[in-house]
Design a protein around this ligand. Structure first.
Ligand SMILES: [Zn+2]
Length: 440
């Protein structure tokens, strides 16, 4: 039985208004929301003064590395890092070893997820082994509660196969998510293609490699009529393509990663492989366009693309190093910064980090299947499952890689001052983070 707790003195971020309210949680549910609310005498009191209280964050894009990559991250360490980032639910990407491409591996990761403090959902692979040759058994994975399918790490290069995947997805009522990069165009490029890559002597990975596949996927989704989610869009032109498609009625959502909102290709001038990621860091013009699109609703969600790597995968020449960077523990502060810092709209912050991603991953309602997750991204009302996040707007922590909960250390934000911090995280009714400390 979960404990009783009360969040005192915070500002609750509802879907359409802010309110100075306390929130009472009993047995996993929100049982009271109001001013100076009465709580049971044994309820744990958590201070939320000078904080926003909203629905727990939901990450659509977490690499947990288990099975097969446990030296970089495990389901347990990744879930702990997520809870410290304010997340009550995450979606684990299927590019593990073996890939999450059948019911057995789905069940394995879901079982490990249930041992953590938060809800761990799983994205299934679209193709067997994520090899891009034949469709994975999507139906058996969907039967376990998988609602999102992707070969993330790579896009599906074969357009005919992608069309068939979308047709199956439509029939199953699930979402196709794509990592948009045309490998023939991206080649072995390791940073954004342009005059800077030429000057640095690094092979470029063009914006077009992404945009061509975004355009293709939008056209296929329009033809097939399936729900499409585009992962980690990194260019202004990609967003324009999404906006145009949406006007034509295409059922598309799109996410952006914190690093594409905060960092630019200029960091690659250091040849520090912490800044290598696919799709690559782009130009300031792209960063500006992505920030505008996130604020105006053209982009739906911030998703971390949290990608832990062991040191030996990063301590290599830039061209040979593994792409990817950590993101879970800093996503809130970076999202706030991207949305304007002190002037960022709290309602929009919780839309892009919680409510929209919960809707996209179909996590807004309880699921009793093996996935067995509670409901996320709610309005913070009586009767909701208690998945909550309390963020301190005045805190200014400095990122110290040695203090991360993630098993890996490949953060690009070392030494950076964060625009706020997560104070408490409530998941499934339990306080899994109190005063910035993980409780399990
Ligand atoms: Zn990806």
């Amino acid at each position: 039985m979960a404990e009783s707790l009360v969040l005192r003195g915070g500002t609750v971020v509802h879907t359409d208004r802010l309110a100075r309210e306390d929130v009472l949680v009993v047995d996993g549910k929100i049982t009271g929301v109001g001013i100076d609310i009465e709580a049971p005498s044994d309820a744990r009191v958590l201070d939320a003064s000078d904080c926003l209280v909203g629905p727990g964050f939901v990450d659509l894009h977490t690499h947990l590395r288990e099975p097969g990559g446990e030296e970089a991250e495990t389901v347990a360490t990744g879930a702990r890092a997520a809870s410290l980032g304010g997340y009550s639910a995450i979606v684990a990407m299927p590019n593990t070893t073996p890939a999450i491409d059948c019911a057995a591996v789905v069940a394995q990761v879901l079982t490990l997820g249930r041992l953590t403090g938060i809800d761990v959902q799983v994205a299934g692979a679209l193709t067997r082994g994520r090899e891009g040759h034949s469709l994975a058994p999507m139906a058996e994975m969907a039967a376990l509660g998988v609602t999102m399918f992707t070969d993330d790490g790579m896009g599906v290069q074969d357009s005919g196969l992608m069309r068939r995947a979308m047709e199956y997805a439509r029939g199953l009522g699930v979402v196709v998510a794509d990592h948009c990069e045309d490998e023939a165009l991206a080649g072995t490029g390791s940073m954004n293609e342009g005059s800077l890559s030429a000057r640095l002597g690094l092979e470029g990975r063009s914006a077009l490699a992404e945009e061509v596949m975004v355009a293709r996927d939008l056209a296929l989704a329009e033809l097939v009529g399936c729900q499409l989610h585009l992962l980690h869009l990194s260019t202004g032109r990609s967003v324009e393509l999404v906006v145009d498609a949406r006007k034509r009625g295409v059922d598309v959502s799109a996410e952006v990663a914190p690093h594409h909102l905060i960092l630019t290709q200029d960091l690659c001038s250091t040849y520090d492989t912490l800044f290598k990621v696919h799709p690559p860091l782009r130009t300031q013009r792209d960063v500006d366009a992505l920030r505008l699109a996130l604020a105006d609703g053209s982009l739906d969600a911030v998703a971390t693309d949290h990608a832990p790597h062991p040191p030996q995968s990063k301590d290599r020449p830039f061209a040979d190093a593994a792409p990817g960077m950590l993101g879970l523990e800093q996503a809130f502060a970076l999202t706030r910064e991207a949305l304007g810092g002190a002037s960022a709209d709290p309602i929009r912050i919780f839309e892009v980090l919680s409510r929209r991603p919960a809707a996209i991953a179909r996590l807004r309602t309880h699921d009793a299947r093996l996935g067995g997750h509670s409901a996320h991204g709610g309005d913070v009302e009586v009767g909701d499952d208690a998945n909550l996040c309390v963020v301190d707007l005045d805190a200014r922590p400095i990122v110290d890689p040695e203090r991360l909960a993630s098993r890996a250390r490949n953060t690009p934000y070392a030494g950076r001052v964060m625009q706020g911090a997560v104070r408490h995280t409530i998941a499934r009714g339990d306080a899994v983070v109190i005063d910035g400390e993980a409780q399990r």
